[in-house]
Design a protein around this ligand. Structure first.
Ligand SMILES: [Zn+2]
Length: 173
């Protein structure tokens, strides 16, 4: 009986540690277009599908950030400390969002941009977690990208604080 109890406890602990394992985005690749029929870098038609459908086609990490307003841990995202030249697209749908020329080195722990493609993003009020913030979502598929703040550098004074997992980077050339 004691042994059974011990096994039960062990399994419970195992289940807990799996549930609370933090996302290590640095270990991940953005497997964006794979198995995702909605992903296109040329189609601009709005996407309005169920969360069930999204869940089928997005990697679990991306689904959590993009569709459940998740946030990756600071200083872990692959595009945080990253200055290659290229273009950033929505990892969920391929919509054009940012250029590397709009990115700046921020100390906040997430990839930051001072400007976004006006046709790429739109804004929502976010009062969650006891804060008043402005959420940035993809204009094509409404996926969560991050938040925008007014403490950015010139010329705009704006800081788009994004999740690396929500971004799909394509280098120039
Ligand atoms: Zn999108």
């Amino acid at each position: 009986m004691k042994i059974l109890y011990f096994i039960f406890i062990s399994f419970s602990l195992l289940a807990c540690s799996q549930n609370y394992q933090p996302i290590k985005s640095s270990d991940m690749t953005n497997n964006t277009s794979k198995n995702n029929p909605y992903f296109s870098r040329t189609d601009t038609a709005k996407i309005n599908i169920s969360e069930e459908e999204w869940k089928k086609h997005l990697d679990p990490e991306l689904y959590y950030i993009a569709r459940q307003q998740g946030t990756e841990r600071p200083h872990t995202g692959k595009y945080n400390d990253f200055d290659e030249k290229g273009t950033y697209y929505c990892a969920a749908c391929g919509n054009h969002l940012f250029k590397s020329t709009q990115k700046f080195a921020s100390t906040c722990g997430w990839p930051s941009f001072f400007e976004a493609d006006k046709n790429g993003v739109e804004y929502k009020r976010d009062s969650s977690h006891g804060m008043e913030r402005i959420e940035v979502v993809c204009k094509r598929c409404s996926s969560h990208l991050g938040h925008v703040f007014n403490d950015g550098p010139p010329p705009t004074g704006t800081r788009y604080c994004m999740n690396s997992i929500s971004l799909d980077f394509v280098p120039d050339n």
